[in-house]
Design a protein around this ligand. Structure first.
Ligand SMILES: Cc1cc2nc3c(=O)[nH]c(=O)nc-3n(C[C@H](O)[C@H](O)[C@H](O)COP(=O)(O)OP(=O)(O)OC[C@H]3O[C@@H](n4cnc5c(N)ncnc54)[C@H](O)[C@@H]3O)c2cc1C
Length: 606
């Protein structure tokens, strides 16, 4: 019999980033007893890394902005694969959520007349990102945490959930362990909110932290929930490419929002070479106009560097493939050039982009006020994830909710920068509210001891393998998976490489089932990695299968063998589910017809 401690809650929130904290605060405000779990320390969740800002159509800098423009920008950015109801709720509710954050103490940058300042970002028609320099995520986490600790929420730090517990198809809790001592923990709950973030660690080059192993998506999948849009992985165009030890670390889009330009080794601003038809009338056709836009000229159109991320990333890949890249297989991102336009440019850059200045100075010995940066695409964000109901954020499994990056729907085929932080606030709050309501209206479920025993046995297998035969290192498998996904299911995809990927994943699964770890259960990183592996493999398989199924190129998903958009594929999302025999099943779910009034909004904003 496994030994474990038990904690009981009305609502269990798994993940303490922006979405988890928002959900926990709201559930607690709704009268629920709330438990909040995080793999890392409180305040260290991935949200803390967010830089550029939170998108909300407050119209503080340009009064022409409103929810209708934000809605249509989000839909266009997502190539109309978005759940339109989520996009509508998001655009309508984001301003109130930002003001709520301000009321709770967030100190945003200000306009001259004291309102929340908003900056330009890719795909947003007007300056829309409320920000705190380039450290917006830190301020968001700090504020939510300061507010949250007064809400009677019980926090379990350095705690990893290994499995969700089910009672007759309904989620009734979770089983996991504390990372510090390795002790097992059982959490019973009437409702569970997944807020576990993304999947970036399935790839070698990523901006994501160690926490991003796709746990929430995998937990939901194994509990029987549907995932959608798993083929839509966002490769952010600007990650660091040099030195190798920092490859993938994000260079915020805020650099381009502040006037940074992309150049190839010939010094050419190559983004002017390829402006997609559906953005042509919103995009500057000369450098002068682009600069004026970044300086707030309301009559100027945005520079092509601020086109959507999927497009910019592919243009960079094209330059590198054509031999026009920078020395380390990237391109140049230059903000230093603004000295030609602004007298105090060095001070301006340091004030607007303090983290970027320090990041390059300390990690690459580059002074971005004087020299260009070298940048290239990095795995950044997962548009796909747990399929949820737009109003309540409940998944297809009763009692299981999901919000933030681990949920899907809002962003469609491509997320606009800044729309994640607002997603966390809008849908985190909604998930918390509806989870609390679900908990109130449903009695406690029954926890099946056999599920707990099986999970505990499974978790300890790596020690048994090491004792019996040594077993393979989990790090080796993690490394091979990341290399393989980078190469075979990366930014440019093709059928035969994805077939190889599926074959490799099968092989890696077999090896992962036999990994061995030495030592004891106290803060044993090898053991943690061994327990992350099944999640990484599950999400990798889901990405590869969905990407194979989508025989077209759209948003974050680019197929070299089907380089064009196919209108037929624009009418459905791809759904991934576990079949009765444990196999992964793929199906197509039609996108519901958009109501006439929303269609009209899109038409008006064209
Ligand atoms: C460098 C960088 C900059 C970014 N900048 C911006 C920006 O400017 N604007 C914007 O909108 N978006 C930005 N993003 C994206 C945005 O930060 C993320 O999408 C968002 O923060 C995700 O929040 P979340 O609440 O979903 O998850 P997270 O903040 O990642 O939190 C996940 C939580 O789940 C926990 N967890 C995971 N698995 C388990 C498990 N098995 N058991 C228990 N706990 C678990 C983790 O420990 C963590 O507490 C940026 C991303 C990066 C990487």
């Amino acid at each position: 019999m496994a030994e474990y401690r038990t904690h009981s809650y009305d609502v269990l929130v798994i993940g303490a980033g922006g979405s988890g904290l928002s959900a926990a605060i709201e559930a607690s405000a709704g009268g629920a007893k709330v438990g909040l779990l995080t793999k890392s320390l409180l305040g260290k969740a991935h949200t803390v890394m967010a830089e550029g800002g939170v998108a909300a159509a407050m119209g503080n800098v340009d009064e022409r902005d409103n929810w209708r423009v934000h809605f249509s920008d989000t839909m266009r950015g997502g190539q109309y694969m978005n759940n339109w109801r989520m996009a509508e709720l998001h655009a309508k509710e984001a301003p109130d959520r930002v003001r709520e954050l301000e009321a709770w103490g967030a100190v945003f940058d200000r306009t001259k007349d004291g309102r929340i300042l908003q900056r330009n970002f890719g795909g947003h028609r007007y300056p829309r990102l409320a920000h705190v320099g380039d450290r917006t995520g830190l301020e968001m986490i700090r504020t939510l945490q300061d507010h949250g600790i007064h809400q009677d929420i019980e926090v379990h730090m350095e705690t990893t959930v290994l499995t969700l517990l089910l009672d007759d198809g309904r989620v009734v809790g979770a089983f996991g362990y504390d990372r510090e001592r390795g002790r097992f923990l059982l959490f019973t709950a009437r409702a569970v909110v997944l807020a576990t973030g993304g999947i970036g660690r399935a790839y070698r080059i990523t901006s994501n932290s160690w926490e991003y192993t796709g746990d929430g998506q995998a937990l939901a999948y194994h509990a029987g929930a549907a995932l959608i849009d798993m083929e839509f992985v966002q490769f952010h165009p600007t990650g660091m490419v040099w030195p190798p030890s920092v490859q993938g670390i994000l260079v915020t889009e805020g650099v381009r929002g502040e006037g940074g330009i992309l150049k190839n080794k010939e010094g050419r601003r190559f983004m002017f070479d390829d402006i997609p038809e559906n953005y042509r009338n919103q995009t500057a056709d000369n450098e002068e106009e682009g600069w004026r836009y970044t300086q707030g000229d309301r009559n100027a159109r945005r520079p092509p560097e601020l086109l959507t991320r999927d497009h910019v990333a592919r243009c960079i890949v094209r330059e590198v493939k054509a031999g026009r890249g920078s020395p380390h297989k990237g391109v140049f991102l230059d903000i230093a050039w603004i000295k030609e336009r602004l007298p105090n440019s060095a001070e301006h850059i340091k004030r607007k982009l303090p983290s970027m200045y320090h990041q390059f100075k300390q990690l690459a010995d580059i002074d971005i006020t004087k020299e260009p940066m070298e940048v290239g695409p990095t795995t950044h964000y997962m548009m796909g994830g747990v399929k949820v109901d737009a109003e309540t954020e409940m998944s297809t499994v009763p009692g299981l909710f999901a919000a933030g990056e681990c949920a899907a729907g809002l962003h469609g085929a491509n997320r606009l920068g800044g729309n994640s932080l607002s997603d966390l606030l809008v849908f985190g709050k909604r998930a918390g509210r509806h989870a609390a309501e679900f908990a109130k209206s449903h009695g406690a479920g029954r926890v099946d001891e056999r599920q707990v025993e099986a999970a505990a046995r499974q978790a300890l297998l790596p020690f048994e393998h090491a004792a019996a035969s040594g077993g393979e290192s989990p790090y080796q498998i993690q490394h091979e998976l990341q290399e393989m996904m980078q190469h075979n299911v990366g930014i440019v995809r093709v059928e035969h490489e994805m077939e190889v990927a599926l074959h490799e994943i099968e092989y890696l699964k077999q090896r992962a089932a036999k990994v061995g770890v030495y030592g004891n259960r106290e803060f044993n990183n090898g053991w943690h990695t061994a327990l992350d592996l099944p999640n990484l493999l599950t999400v990798s398989e889901a990405i590869a299968r969905a990407a194979l199924e989508r025989k077209e190129s759209r948003g974050g998903h680019f197929r070299d063998d089907y380089p064009d958009k196919n209108p037929e594929y624009g009418s459905f999302n791809i759904m991934v589910r576990q079949g009765p025999g444990g196999e992964m099943q793929i199906s197509r779910v039609p996108i519901p017809e958009m109501p006439a009034e929303l269609k009209q909004v899109i038409e008006e904003m064209k």
